[in-house]
Design a protein around this ligand. Structure first.
Ligand SMILES: Cc1cc2nc3c(=O)[nH]c(=O)nc-3n(C[C@H](O)[C@H](O)[C@H](O)COP(=O)(O)O)c2cc1C
Length: 171
């Protein structure tokens, strides 16, 4: 698939098969993560791969009881390092949320390319997730996603028109 085809065919998946992810597929997904760009190439991130059933259930409960997450063979938890990132982006902000988001989107798109499903999870209790996975105080949890073979084919959710989101030569 072209990059645009991959982008357009992706959907948020909320039903998963329990089929395991072959090792070569897993490696390609995380190679896409590894190659992501970041401010000053600092790569201020760590991705926790959770396979344990009890841990997956706990993470789903800590994510507003979105129990579908635990159906997937893996939940990936994206963490960022605020103390170890480019700190003057636009002269006003730290880059870690952007850095981690780019890398996580690489995961999402390579997963789609491999026939795997994901669902970006932003509704979670960070302190609960950190306690479940022993994440250190100075590390932040940015997002989670289940990763596994889809058991549904959701329809297109629609997007704003291009002329609503792009302007030329000024705001
Ligand atoms: C930052 C962010 C947080 C999200 N949080 C959740 C979530 O907690 N649970 C969920 O089911 N979907 C979540 N989503 C998925 C969105 O609802 C979904 O991307 C959007 O409705 C468009 O649908 P699509 O991904 O199928 O194109 C989130 C997406 C983003 C980008």
């Amino acid at each position: 698939m072209s990059v645009l085809d991959t982008i357009k065919s992706r959907r948020s998946i909320r039903k998963y098969k329990s089929d395991p992810i072959p090792e070569d597929v897993f490696q390609r997904v995380f190679e896409a993560v590894r190659q992501a760009p970041s401010g000053k190439n600092l790569q201020p991130w760590k991705f926790i791969v959770v396979k344990d059933k009890a841990l997956k259930d706990s993470l789903a409960r800590a994510s507003a009881n979105q129990m579908f997450m635990a159906q997937a063979p893996i939940i990936v938890v994206a963490c960022g390092f605020p103390d170890d990132c480019y700190s003057h982006m636009g002269r006003y902000m730290k880059s870690w949320t952007v850095d981690v988001t780019i890398a996580f989107e690489h995961l999402v798109l390579q997963a789609e390319e491999e026939g795997l499903g994901t669902c970006w999870i932003g509704s979670f209790e960070e302190q609960e997730v950190k306690a479940i996975l022993n994440v250190p105080d100075n590390v932040r949890v940015m997002a989670l996603t289940p990763l596994g073979y889809p058991a549904e084919e959701p329809s297109y959710r629609g997007r704003k028109r291009l002329d609503e989101i792009v302007t030329y030569d000024g705001f």
